[in-house]
Each structure stands twice: as C-alpha cells, then as structure tokens.
Write a protein that binds this ligand. Structure first.
Ligand code: ATP
Ligand code: MG
Length: 256
C-alpha cells in the first residue's frame, strides 16, 4: 500500500476501525458529500475490497457536485501503484475509507501522511472494548503521535444518555482523545447511502441535527494546526522545566 500525495497542503482524513459495520463508509461518504456541497471537489480513496464507497459513488446522481473516486483496493503492480493512487490536482481533501480487520502493516501504510484520523465507534460494550484495543495499537504500532492532536472519535448510531456512551466518553477522556461528534441512529443514513447521496444532499429540514454534527467535525478539522501548536508548546515547556530540574539536581549532587 502506498499513498503519494502530490501537493503539500493535502488534507488526508483517514477513517479507521477494524471492527466491521461501525460506520466507516457511512462517515467517509458523508464527509465527501459535505465537502462536495461546499464546492471543494474531494477525493474518496477506498482501500476496502468490498468497495462500498466506490459503489456509493457509482450510484451518485450526475447532477450533484462531483466527488473523485480512487479504487485503491484494486492492487496494481508496484510500478504503477503510485500512479493509481494519484490524487487529482483540484483535490484538497482526501477521505480514506479503510477495511474491517485491517492488519498492522496496512495500518502503518494507510495512516502515513494522514492529517486527521477519525474512528467511528458504536456505543456498545463489545465495540468500545475493541476500539480501546485498536486505539492503543494505533498509538504504538502505527506510531501515531498523540501530540499531533489529529486523532478523534465519532460516536455513531447513538441513542441519547446510554450507559455505554458514558463509558466510551470516560475511556477517551483517560486517553485525552476527543469525541468530536455524536451521530444518531437514523434511517437518513441508510436511505441516502442507497441512492449515492450524503445527508448534505438531502432536504435540510429532514437532517438538521445530523448536519450540525458534521459542522462540529469540520470545526475540529479547521482547528488542527492551532491544537498541534499548543500541544508542541506545552511539550516544549515540560521538556525545558524537566531539564532545569535535572540541572539543579546535578548541581546539588556535585556540591554535596
Ligand atoms: N448513524 C447511523 N444510523 C443508521 N444506520 C447507520 C448509521 N451508520 C451506519 N449505518 C448503517 O450501518 C451499516 C454499516 O455501516 P457502514 O457500511 O458505514 O460500516 P463500515 O464500518 O464501513 O462496515 P465495514 O467494516 O463492513 O466496511 C450500513 O447499513 C449503514 O447504512
Ligand atoms: Mg465500509
């Protein structure tokens, strides 16, 4: 697996969770529809051999704003792989849909050069346990730096005030990973997927509460460089105060 963005300012959003059916393709296609409605022709890169995102794109009516699609799951020989994964010049936002059961090797490749990683999680005990293990893997195996502040969770198919949602929130708090949106369990996601559209292509009165959640995701995306800078500054202050303390300890030891 190789992803070679052509431009430096590419916003590569990777949707990940090895657990099947948690909403990766739903989140990927709806984010793409969101950017398309804003006139920012996005690209969907589909790494899942099921090809759900590409099939959705094929069902998309031609009258709607364009979304590019790359069937990254169709493996070509190495020599032509980077050509196959080439992102069109007019793309700023690439949304990567990933398969269930992704292995460590693929995880490293798919997260390389990512600017944001979103993990959709269903609020059930089994899904939360699986997500906890996966996030640990992501931080250690794929060496995703938590100081980059590019990792966030989207709670999906939620019903309000459930115990399991509260449990998920406590776990993420302990890891300092934000839940940036809470998507409700809604037939709108099912109906829109069937006809190749996103919630942003539906009548606003039908989907208003859901669109607000996508606005929250977009705001979190927009604040990324600032969050990253704040985290870097805090790290720098911690390092400096640590080296000051160890310097003072050395001096005390020398003069004792
Ligand atoms: N918020 C939601 N409300 C209602 N249905 C949903 C919601 N999110 C996803 N679904 C439905 O749940 C099913 C699984 O969603 P989806 O295909 O996006 O999951 P996935 O993580 O991509 O699955 P896979 O791991 O198999 O690729 C689909 O039928 C989808 O329409
Ligand atoms: Mg999928």
């Amino acid at each position: 697996m190789l992803i070679s963005p052509q431009h430096d300012n590419l916003n590569k959003i990777v949707i990940l969770n090895p657990k099947g059916g948690c909403g990766k393709s739903t989140l990927a296609t709806n984010l793409a529809a969101f950017y398309a409605q804003q006139g920012k022709t996005p690209t969907i890169m589909d790494f899942d051999p099921q090809g759900s995102a590409i099939s959705w794109l094929k069902r998309r009516p031609g009258s709607l704003p364009t979304i590019h699609g790359i069937a990254a799951y169709k493996k070509t020989v190495q020599a032509t792989r980077s050509w196959q994964l080439r992102v069109p010049d007019d793309t700023v936002n690439v949304i990567v849909d990933s398969p269930a059961g992704i292995g460590h090797e693929d995880l490293r490749e798919i997260t390389r050069d990512s600017t944001k990683i979103l993990i959709p999680v269903l609020p059930s005990a089994i899904d939360i346990d699986a997500a906890s293990r996966f996030i640990t893997d992501l931080l250690s195996v794929a060496k995703v730096d938590s100081n980059d502040r590019k990792l966030a969770v989207v709670a999906n198919r939620t019903r309000k005030h459930t115990k399991s949602l509260a449990r998920l929130m406590r776990f993420l708090e302990s890891l300092d990973i934000p839940i940036i949106a809470v998507l409700r369990d809604s037939q709108n996601f099912v109906d829109s997927a069937e006809v190749g559209i996103g919630l942003h292509d539906m009548h606003p009165s039908r989907v208003r509460p859901d669109l607000e959640q996508f606005e929250r995701i977009a705001r979190w995306f927009d604040g990324w460089s600032e969050r990253r800078q704040i985290a870097a500054d805090i790290l720098d202050i911690q390092r400096r105060s640590f080296s000051k303390v160890s310097f003072m300890r050395r001096r005390q030891a020398e003069s004792a």
